[in-house]
Structure formats: C-alpha cells, structure tokens
Ligand binder design. Sequence first.
Ligand SMILES: C[S@@+](CC[C@H](N)C(=O)[O-])C[C@H]1O[C@@H](n2cnc3c(N)ncnc32)[C@H](O)[C@@H]1O
Length: 242
Amino acid sequence: MKKTHFGFETIDAAQKEKRVADVFDSIAAHYDLMNDLASFGLHRRWKRNMVDRLAVHEEADILDLAGGTGDLTRLFLEKCPRATVILSDINATMLRLGRAKLIRQNFSPLVLQCNAEALPFADQTFDAVSIGFGLRNITDKEKTLAEMRRVLRPGGIAAILEFSRVAGFLAPFYDFYSFTVLPKLGALISGDQASYRYLAESIRVHPDQEKLRKMMLHAGFDEAEYYNMTFGIVAVHVGYVH
Ligand SMILES: C[S@@+](CC[C@H](N)C(=O)[O-])C[C@H]1O[C@@H](n2cnc3c(N)ncnc32)[C@H](O)[C@@H]1O
C-alpha cells in the first residue's frame, strides 16, 4: 500500500485525506485568529505580496485551490474586480466560513468544494490557479501540480504560496517556535495542540524551494521560478504555461 507523510508520521496514503480533514474541521473556527497570532500578522503581507506581484489580467478566470477562509480569493477580487474567481477547498467547514467572510466583506463569491488532486474542470479553463498554504496538506502533490497545469490556458500561471526551508541562521529559533511555542498557542486558542504540531511537522517534510521547482517542471510547466519571503519561512513558486 502506498505510504505518505502526515507530519512526521508515515501513514497509508489512503488515510491522509481523512486525517487532514480532521485537522481543519477541528481548527476551522479559530483558523483566521490563529494565523494572525502565529505569524504575527505576516501571513497577510505574504498573501498580498504574492497577489500584487502576479501578472493577471483584469478579466482573468482564476481558481483558488485549498482556499479555506478565502484570503487569496479576496485579494484577487480586490486586484481585478472584473475577474471570475472561484474559491475552492476540499473541506466544507473551511469553505462555509470562507464564503460567509467574503459575503461580510461585500463580495459575492463563487464557491466550490473539490479535491485539488482531481479538478472537475476541462483542460485550459483558467488564466491563473493559486494555492496558499495548501499543497503540503495534500496527499498527492505531483497529481495536484499536474492538475493545476492541465486546467491552465496557454499563457496561464500557477502560484504556490507555501512554507519552505528557512535560512540556516534562523533555523534553531524557528524550530523552537514551531515545535514548542506554536502547539501551545494552538492548545490555548483552539484547544487542539496535536493539530498545530501536525502543521509544524508538515512544514519540515514539505519539499524545499528547489525540489518543488523541479516538481513543477516535471508536472509539465514550461518554466518555474520562486522567490523567498521572510528569509525563506515562505516561498512563492510561479509556474508558467507557454
Ligand atoms: C492551511 S489552509 C490554507 C487556507 C488558505 N488558502 C489560506 O492561505 O489561508 C489549508 C487548506 O487546504 C485544504 N485542503 C487540504 N487537502 C486538500 C485537497 N486535497 N484539496 C483541496 N483542498 C485541500 C484544507 O481543507 C485547508 O482549508
């Protein structure tokens, strides 16, 4: 049976989707607050920076995968009010909260529950596909990258915002923060230490910047590049379809 990572655990690949669903069902209600606290608000800057730098045209068709509570979807809608942006996620609880948040912010979101590993769209449907802090939670990353590539039109771009490999000098502090402080903060805010331990561990087993770039090329992107933010705590990978 095919194996995969769930944080530092090795589990049957077939179990991962359910284990990840349990994590996000458990933390959904406190997800936005925890993001602000755990990243000292930096996640907002990382997301805005990625969307600001992305070359998407005014009336683009954009798919936000693993979109959760909708931050990237909102930023795309703010940047390109005439674009069609779909907020998608596998998790109904996260999507419900995301949809409600976007409506409170005066947007009329298009929302779709779907697995990023098997997209219910024809080839060449979108001009841009994004995934923010989602890829490392997905069982089959290769399949997901290939799906992102498949649904892009010629000239399309894929943008992946994800935790990555931090600069060496920061690693000891970052490890202490991730494995000691973060799970305790998670326990305090959402009553769920284990889920935040998983999230910290999942960052360590996620491919580093160069490996993910190669995976994108292998998945069929014609070009792939990345840039780091905050000393590599996160990286944005951009894949291009010619
Ligand atoms: C850390 S949240 C990121 C949410 C949002 N993109 C953000 O940046 O705040 C990760 C999301 O990935 C979703 N997810 C996990 N596996 C998925 C899959 N196979 N397909 C689509 N979404 C998935 C989870 O349900 C969760 O909402």
